[in-house]
Design a protein around this ligand. Structure first.
Ligand code: NCD
Length: 302
């Protein structure tokens, strides 16, 4: 694996291999062992959109592997402010570093950058398209917390139209044989092409609904995401939709005892904060799994 651009570039065996490697990394972390796989190597993090978890967890993962990190967010980057084109930025950064993690508002940017770069590229989000390292840590989290993916009832809930965490997640959960319910406010459904592709490739059992809470009682996993307001032309519309749904403790009264709630974070109101303290809330465990999974990814692209 040279680059990690889209979950669709990986088959099920390759995904399993990354998840196994993640398990090894988790074991190493638990044992408090120091790794020096990345000794002398530098990771560059180029974030043209804001990030907390993705940027910091790649940084933490690289440092735990004995490597070092440099990078910028768009506001800090003088060259971007000066109008430098992306090709020139990449041609420069590849001389300074060994792996490049990039997040960019435009779909397809990571793929393009991988073509011009001689160094491995990891896509940390290209617009509303893909976010494969998040998908891998989501799959890892479900496997760790539920023991399997196949046959589970999984609801993906929120802004399915714009969230780059949801498309690759739906695709890969279908690949692993989950039963899927897609719940979103009206107008924020997955596009038809994705649904057709999933149906054709994996013959997945899928339900689409705008009745957001209808399937919660049957769910093994509820995976929620916020309204992606930065992708809306009309901010008033985005705010109205954000206020239109919220998972509350009352809503979970009929839920399965061992149901879990996951979320890529940040959550901004779609999960009531009183859920955080319940047995269902597993999003901070999910955050923790981001480290071994990103350690595995880094070690596999180099
Ligand atoms: C997500 C993202 O940036 O796509 N966050 C993340 O990487 N954990 C989800 C989001 O912003 O809603």
């Amino acid at each position: 694996m040279k680059d990690l651009i889209s979950i669709k570039d990986l088959n099920i065996e390759e995904i399993e291999e990354i998840l196994e490697k993640s398990e090894e990394m988790e074991f190493v972390l638990k044992e408090n062992k120091n790794l020096d796989i990345m000794k002398g190597k530098i990771l560059a993090t180029l974030f043209f959109e804001p990030s907390t978890r993705t940027k910091l967890s790649f940084t933490s993962a690289m440092q735990r592997l004995g490597g070092s990190v440099m990078g910028f967010e768009a506001v800090e980057s003088l060259s971007v402010a000066k109008g430098e084109n992306l090709t020139d930025t990449i041609k420069t950064v590849e001389k300074y570093s060994d792996i490049i993690v990039i997040r960019h508002p435009k779909e397809g940017t990571a793929r393009y950058v991988a073509e011009v770069s001689s160094k491995p590229i990891i896509n940390a989000g290209d617009g509303s398209n893909q976010h494969p390292s998040q998908t891998l840590l989501d799959l890892y989290s479900i496997k760790k917390l539920k023991g399997r993916i196949e046959g589970l009832n999984i609801i993906l809930l929120g802004d399915l139209k714009h969230a780059r965490v949801m498309k690759p997640l739906a695709y890969s959960l279908a690949m692993f044989g989950a039963k899927l319910t897609f719940a979103s406010p009206v107008g924020l459904e997955f596009n038809k092409e994705l649904l057709n592709e999933i149906k054709e490739k994996f013959n997945t059992n899928m339900i689409q609904t705008n009745d957001i809470y209808s399937a919660v009682n049957e769910a093994d996993v509820v995976y929620a995401c916020r309204i992606q307001k930065e992708r809306f032309a009309d901010q008033y519309e985005a705010e109205k939709l954000q206020k239109s749904f919220k998972i509350t403790p009352e809503m979970l009264e009929g839920a399965k005892e061992d149901m879990i709630i996951l979320h890529a974070l940040p959550k901004v109101g779609e999960v009531d904060s009183s859920i955080d303290g319940t047995k269902y809330a597993k999003y901070f465990d999910q955050v923790a799994y981001g480290i071994p999974v990103r350690m595995a990814i880094l070690s596999m692209v180099i």
